[in-house]
Design a protein around this ligand. Structure first.
Ligand code: DHE
Length: 548
């Protein structure tokens, strides 16, 4: 059997099912000595491939494909060789106070896998291959051609109140009728889908897998089905669909944009068929020091409602690109310097300002998409993480927006109405403790509540809590309760009417808990063998109209 060492030629195994399956094989005991690692470790090809997949699945999102760091620190082989294998194994298994999850403690990695990863990190990072239009087109499939799709819905369900739910570790997605709670279909998607987005008409749901596979589902079909797919990245987190109709043209559902983590690029696809049309590289320079970066990843993407533009956050360089899709042959864009390590974000209530977390700088940045300019940035707390955020009207401060934090149990509320309340705009006006370090918050214009999770808390039971704040009595603090005794609570979504909230129990035997938003009482629980590791979920109407 050949072995990987520091001097081995670098290569990367393209990710896919065979690799995922290889993970399910028990890893042989690796038998290396703990202590300062003077020697470079050795891994067999099989072990190296398993390490690559675990790195891709659990580590690259924070540390980067090339291990140059982003949300997590840089972890290249030289730095890792300075640590003993036992210390590295402990970090991987137990996590750190700085916020790294303990992958062993959370049950995601076995002790043997943590040992394997310690060795893997002391070897040079393999450089993954590039992916061009030719390879993307080879993966492109249209299952139902446009002219064979129905002209109107083939069922009586209210499409606006349908929900798309990620079944993360099953590589599937579920479509659920938000009124009857009937599971309309469970469909194959890419691996570990990160988000769903609805098309501008609300007819299609698009998903993006961590493996870069984008799928689209037709909600007019008798049973929602996948009508097209393509693999346009090797690692990805975001997808969005064009929403502009106006003097420049009708681009409703015309284009989809997928943002890749690797290769560092974005891809414009036909919104009806997912045919890949154009690749735009993000390799460029940092906004501040103007140094070349080999791996600027695409983080959040939103579609402008008022211009034919995708608004794209480029993580490592700290740039926001306004990509004008009205003429793909003569593509133009505005490149706006903001702050490094952009991650997630969404619109203010007017959909003019985009508020994005530069999480490793503890800041929220504000971009004015009308003037196409950077507005400002301000500190909130340790690693802000708004998801798409939350917008409401505060009785004292007027229109406000808010974020939770990865690094502490804190909700920060800031003014977001520079026209009507300039004195509060882009300043933190309220802060309250949540149940613990969390990922998401959500509200709805028809609700008096803001819901927060504490998914990242390491305290026993805290990550199973939900905490809710009142818009009209925010100072009263959070009303918190333990919502489950298994898995973790993650992510919320309202129904179209804004009177019901869906929360996920992130567990292999997952659940969706549906609350009455007024009484905070459980209305119903959705369970089933098919409900494997539910994470994000999206209501069609709220997603089309960016209601949050
Ligand atoms: Fe996410 C949003 C990246 C970890 C669930 N996540 C996003 C977005 C990005 C991102 C760039 C914004 C997409 C957009 O709006 O266009 N997420 C990353 C990471 O890099 C990170 C830190 C590590 C990784 O390797 O993926 C990460 N994310 C997670 C998780 O651990 C979660 C809980 C489960 C999972 O899939 O791994 C998770 N991320 C989500 C969800 C959203 C999201 C549910 C969308 C929130 C929304 O309301 O739109």
């Amino acid at each position: 059997m050949s072995e990987r060492t520091r001097t081995s030629s670098r290569r990367f195994t393209p990710r896919g099912l065979p690799l995922a399956l290889s993970l399910m094989l028990p890893l042989a005991s690796l038998g290396f000595a703990a202590g300062a690692s003077a020697a470079v470790p050795k891994l067999s090809d099989e072990e190296f491939a398993a390490g690559e997949f675990i790195y891709f699945d659990r580590c690259s999102g924070c540390h980067g494909t090339l291990r140059k760091g982003a949300t997590g620190p840089a972890i290249n082989d030289e730095q890792m060789l300075k640590q003993s294998l036992s210390k590295l194994e402990e970090t991987i298994y137990d996590g750190t106070d700085a916020g790294m999850p303990g992958w062993g403690r959370t049950g995601e990695l076995t002790r043997e896998q943590a040992k394997l990863m310690a060795k893997f990190l002391q070897l040079p990072a393999p450089i993954p291959p590039e992916l061009g239009l030719k390879e993307m087109k080879a993966s492109h499939k249209v299952y139902v051609p446009v002219d064979q799709r129905p002209k109107k819905p083939q069922h009586d369900h209210d499409i606006d109140n349908m929900f798309g739910v990620i079944l993360r570790d099953a590589g599937k997605g579920a479509i659920i009728d938000g009124d009857s709670k009937e599971v309309l279909n469970v469909v194959d998607t890419g691996y570990a889908v990160h988000i769903f987005r609805a098309s501008a008409t609300g007819r299609y749901f698009y998903t993006i897998g961590r493996d870069g596979k984008v799928t689209m589902m037709d909600l007019y079909a008798e049973k929602p089905t996948v009508v097209a797919e393509a693999r346009v990245c090797l690692d990805a987190r975001s997808v969005e669909v064009s929403k502009y109709k106006g003097p420049t043209g009708d681009f409703i559902d015309k284009y989809a944009l997928v943002g890749c983590y690797w290769p560092p690029q974005m891809v414009i696809l036909d919104g009806q068929t997912l045919e890949p049309l154009k690749v735009i590289s993000t390799r460029s320079s940092t906004y501040d020091t103007n140094e070349y970066h080999p791996e600027p990843r695409v983080a959040t993407i939103v579609a402008s409602h008022s211009d034919p533009e995708f608004v794209v956050a480029i993580k490592e360089t700290g740039m926001v690109w306004l990509v004008d899709y009205s003429d793909l042959d003569n593509l133009s864009m505005t490149q706006i310097g903001t702050e490094r390590f952009l991650h997630d974000g969404g619109w203010d209530a007017t959909k003019r300002y985009l508020l994005i977390a530069a999480n490793m700088r503890d800041q929220i940045v504000v971009v004015d998409t009308k003037e196409k300019k950077f507005v400002t940035k301000f500190e909130t707390g340790v690693k802000p993480h708004p998801g798409r955020g939350a917008n409401w009207i505060d009785p004292k401060y007027g229109p406000v927006s808010a974020t939770t934090h990865l690094g502490e149990g804190l909700i920060s509320v800031y003014g977001s109405d520079p026209a009507g309340h300039p004195e509060h705009a882009w300043k933190v006006v309220r802060e309250e403790e949540t149940g613990g370090p969390g990922l998401f918050l959500k509200t709805h214009p028809n609700s008096n509540h803001i819901w927060t999770d504490a998914t990242l808390s390491k305290e026993e039971g805290e990550n199973q809590q939900i905490c809710v704040f009142k818009k009209d009595d925010f100072d009263a603090g959070a009303n918190c309760w333990q919502a489950t005794d298994k898995g973790k609570i993650v992510h919320f979504e309202y129904n179209k009417a804004g009177d019901e909230v869906w929360a996920s129990v992130w567990d292999n035997e997952g659940e969706l808990i549906i609350y009455d938003d007024k009484t905070l009482k459980v209305k119903t629980r959705i369970k089933g063998d098919w409900l494997v590791a539910p994470t994000g979920k999206w209501n069609v109407y709220n997603t089309v109209h960016d209601v949050y």
